[in-house]
Structures are given as C-alpha cells and as structure tokens.
Design a protein around this ligand. Sequence first.
Ligand SMILES: [Fe+2]
Length: 163
Amino acid sequence: MIAELDIDRIIADRVVRRSHWEPLLPRKKIGYTRSRLYASEAFEVLALLWFPGATTPIHDHGASYCATRVLAGELHVTRYLRPDASNDDGRIPLQLVGRSVQQIGEGDAMESARDLHSVANRATNEALSIHVYAPRYSEFGIYDASGVRIATATARYDAVFNF
Ligand SMILES: [Fe+2]
C-alpha cells in the first residue's frame, strides 16, 4: 500500500495550505500537540507542534509506516531498531540506529513495527513537523531504553481538521 502513496505529494499538498491550518493549531506551554490535517482509509496526515523542551518516549507507530518532515525549528531524533518485533520483554536490547538533528525540509521514514524513535525539541523556539501514517493507527507501543515494551498508548488528537 505504501508503494502506491506519493508521500512527497501528500506532504506538499498540506504545505501549500499551511497558512490556512497553522494558525489553528492548538498550543500549550509544554509538550507538543498533535493535530490531524487529513485522513483517508489509506493514510492520515498530522501536524505536530513542539514546544521548547518537548520530548517523546521511545515509541513505535503500531505497525504503520511513518514519514516525517520538519517545517519549522529543529528536532532531535534518535532512531532504534527492535531486533525482533515480538521481543516485548527486552531480552534483546534495542539497536541504536542513529541520532540526528533534523532541520527544515529534513525528515525520516520508518517502515515497520520494528522501527522506533524518540523525538525532542531542545531549542528555545517552537518546532513544527508533518507526519504521514499509513495506514492510520490507534495504539502504539512505548519502550524503555533496554527495549522492554513498558506501555501501550492510545493515539490522540488535539484537533481534527480536513485540509
Ligand atoms: Fe513517532
């Protein structure tokens, strides 16, 4: 299904309407907000607004494909690979894939339930990113650094739009 999606086009379609949706994004003083810009059966597009100091735990995206693109600010991203997707007890440690500081126009693609990351805004200004998930997912796993799946979380939206 991923092969049929033009991720660059999906992102570009939202970027051209950025002036319409960006002012509507919910804001809070800490953490980050997740706003759904668009959803179909095949995929959904979210805008994440990251406030200074925002950081996520190490997480997967269910079994969905995830593509990201920074639109403003910069994001510190640490990527991991689970050696075995059934390794919920952390018998085998997570493999560190790499760390990067992603600038405007940069991003990542994670293709399976084995691809994990943590994301942080360590700057003093906000960061904005677009995320495409295919297909949509409702639950995702949170992991500790040793690879133990410590929680299952429910995906939430701070706002839902149709752009
Ligand atoms: Fe993520």
